[in-house]
Design a protein around this ligand. Structure first.
Ligand code: ZN
Length: 299
């Protein structure tokens, strides 16, 4: 069955979130999934974490790879924009919804770049999930910062310390002033917390403030995920919203722990003052985050 993704979303009222995917459907029009931002940068929303791209006569950069099927769709659309191979394929962090498309895109890429913790965490996660054979790892790693001239653009990656995982990079296209944050921000969605993957919610709060200070109100940020009302791009004010939500989540759990409550007793469907963050159809998302923070703070 062939339907247009756009019309499917319209007719069913399904939110065009990054996590939406319909196995078995062939989308006739992938161009609806591409959104240009400025100076050759843009986003691709298929299934999983938002892909960022930079296309010029001199360079092609992709940030994140989603899953094999959507990575193939993305590559199809990119080829309509350029004949180049991928000069730099970037992994913002190791999670499967950002790296499972590596095997699809790696044959078209010169190198895969990531923070040095990414291949390590990806390997450990693959061993836990027993899907080692599906992995392709970054072959170009850096410790704190990596910068590359792309002709009329410069790309810079920076690691701010453990936050969403132990290996999150911010990828900044400096002249466009567009920054891909990976999953450092889930825009108005309770962010996935992955303790074995190195999540550190206290440091995450500091990292969001540090990133906010490093950029300006002109910077356009690309987020790994976002709800349908706020979307997957925005400005640095969103970073402070994400910081405040994480802070409120930690306080809610810490207060409960101090009162001797169990994790089950702390499950709520929303946090006061954060109505936009709750999907009434999926209260379990927040429940999962409360359980993760409970485990983190009980350690
Ligand atoms: Zn993630």
């Amino acid at each position: 069955m062939i339907i247009s993704r756009r019309s499917f979303i319209k007719t069913t009222g399904m939110a065009a979130t990054a996590s939406t995917f319909l196995p078995g459907f062939k989308f006739e029009d992938t161009s609806a999934l591409f959104t240009p931002i400025r100076r050759g940068t843009g986003t691709f929303e298929g299934r999983g974490g938002t892909i960022g791209w930079f296309v010029s006569d001199e360079s092609l950069v992709l940030v994140d790879t989603q899953f094999p099927e959507s990575a193939a769709e993305c590559w199809e659309g990119i080829q309509e924009r350029t004949d180049r191979r991928i000069d730099f394929l970037i992994n913002s962090h190791h999670h499967g919804d950002h790296t499972a498309g590596n095997p699809t895109l790696a044959p078209h890429a010169q190198v895969i770049v990531a923070h040095e913790n990414v291949p390590v965490l990806q390997k450990a996660a693959a061993e836990r999930r027993e899907n080692q054979e599906d992995q392709v790892y970054a072959d170009t790693i850096f410790e704190s910062e990596w910068r590359q001239n792309l002709g009329d653009e410069t790309v810079r990656m920076k690691w701010y310390g453990p936050a969403h995982t132990g290996g999150d990079s911010v990828t900044h296209f400096e002249n466009a002033d567009v920054a891909h944050l990976g999953d450092l921000v889930f825009n108005r969605v309770p962010a996935y917390i992955d303790l074995p993957g190195g999540s550190d919610t206290a440091n995450w709060i500091s990292v969001l403030e540090e990133i906010h200070n490093d950029f300006s109100d002109e910077t356009v940020f690309i987020y790994g995920h976002g709800n349908s009302a706020f979307g997957i791009t925005g400005t640095r004010a969103d970073l402070l919203e994400a910081r405040d939500f994480l802070t409120a989540l930690r306080e809610h759990v810490q207060n409960g722990i101090s009162q001797g409550k169990s994790a089950d007793e702390l499950l709520v469907n929303g946090l006061p003052g954060f109505d936009a963050w709750v999907d009434p159809n999926r209260p379990s998302t927040l429940h999962g985050r409360i359980r993760s923070v409970y485990m983190e703070l009980s350690k």
